[in-house]
Structures are given as structure tokens and as C-alpha cells.
Design a protein around this ligand. Structure first.
Ligand SMILES: [Fe+2]
Ligand SMILES: [Fe+2]
Length: 171
């Protein structure tokens, strides 16, 4: 089975997007850890791992088709952040970018009548709904619990619980 050059390029771009998401979440986790937000740190370390499993899904898919995945260079992430709320906002924006990229790929697959890639991408479409909801829910907590020290501490505790919830099945 073959995929088009365009489809291959778009899937390789997705590998780069997932790699960059994983790297950004790792940097966020590290900042949270040194800032004293242990729950948020655990949450973002897990999120970084999760993005890596997404990257691997695409790499395996390309390689299985004989299209050969390109492993990308990754841009340096930010090393410092202003606030936990700022991090969550950035994370949500990042997920919205990823969703848009996935929807674009789905459109290409449809246009090219590439049924296997279309079916492959269905998992990612559903995953992105969850990813955006996750960060929207956390953002909402800042309005509900407040942005003072006590509020942030409650949000950190919430993230600790979320981080210890059972991870998604591996690739
Ligand atoms: Fe992802
Ligand atoms: Fe994600």
C-alpha cells in the first residue's frame, strides 16, 4: 500500500508537532517542579510522555507503509514561565494547533481517498477532543478556586490526582 508524497509529508510534519509538544510539556514540568508545583510537575511529565506515544504512533504507521518516518530536530522550548495559569493557557493553545493540523490531514486523506490514513487518523481526532477538554477544565479551575496561593495549591492538588489517574494504553 502506498501513500502520496503529500500525505507522507503531512504525517512527518505531525511527528514534528508531537515531538515539539512533548518537549514543551517536559520544559513546563521541569519549571513546575523547581517552582514547587509538584502536582502540576507530575501532570506535565505524564503529558510529555503521552505526546511521545502519539509521535511513535505516527512513526510506526509511516514505517509500516514503507514510507519511512523522518525524525525531526526539535526547537528549544521556553526555559521559564510566568505562572501556572499561563502554562495551562499555552498548553491549550498548543492542543488547538495540533487539532487543526490533524483536521487538515483528515481533509487531505479524504481528498486523496486514502482510506487507511483516514482510519488511522480517527484515533487522533477523538484524542484531541479529550486533550482540549482536559486543559479547558483546568483553566476553569482558576476562576472557580481563585488565583491566590490557596487557590493555586488546590489546583496543584487537583493536577496531582489527575496525574496519578490511570495512563492511556501504550502504543
Ligand atoms: Fe499529541
Ligand atoms: Fe496533546
Amino acid at each position: 500500500m502506498k501513500i502520496s508524497t503529500k500525505m507522507k509529508k503531512t504525517l512527518n510534519d505531525q511527528v514534528a508537532l508531537e515531538a515539539s509538544a512533548s518537549n514543551n510539556y517536559l520544559a513546563m514540568a521541569s519549571w513546575c517542579e523547581v517552582t514547587g508545583y509538584q502536582g502540576a510537575a507530575n501532570y506535565f511529565y505524564a503529558q510529555s510522555d503521552e505526546e511521545r506515544t502519539h509521535l511513535l504512533k505516527v512513526v510506526h504507521y509511516l514505517n509500516a507503509l514503507g514510507a519511512v518516518a523522518t525524525i525531526p530536530a526539535i526547537k528549544s522550548p521556553a526555559s521559564s514561565y510566568k505562572s501556572l495559569e499561563g502554562i495551562i493557557k499555552t498548553a491549550l493553545k498548543n492542543e488547538q494547533t495540533v487539532t487543526a493540523a490533524i483536521h487538515k490531514m483528515v481533509e487531505i486523506a479524504q481528498k486523496e481517498k486514502d482510506h487507511s490514513t483516514y482510519a488511522f487518523l480517527e484515533w487522533f481526532v477523538n484524542e484531541q477532543v479529550q486533550e482540549e477538554t482536559k486543559f479547558e477544565t483546568i483553566l476553569q479551575k482558576f476562576d472557580l478556586l481563585g488565583r491566590d496561593k490557596l487557590g493555586i495549591n488546590e489546583i496543584d492538588k487537583f493536577l496531582a490526582v489527575e496525574a496519578s489517574a490511570s495512563p492511556e494504553p501504550a502504543v
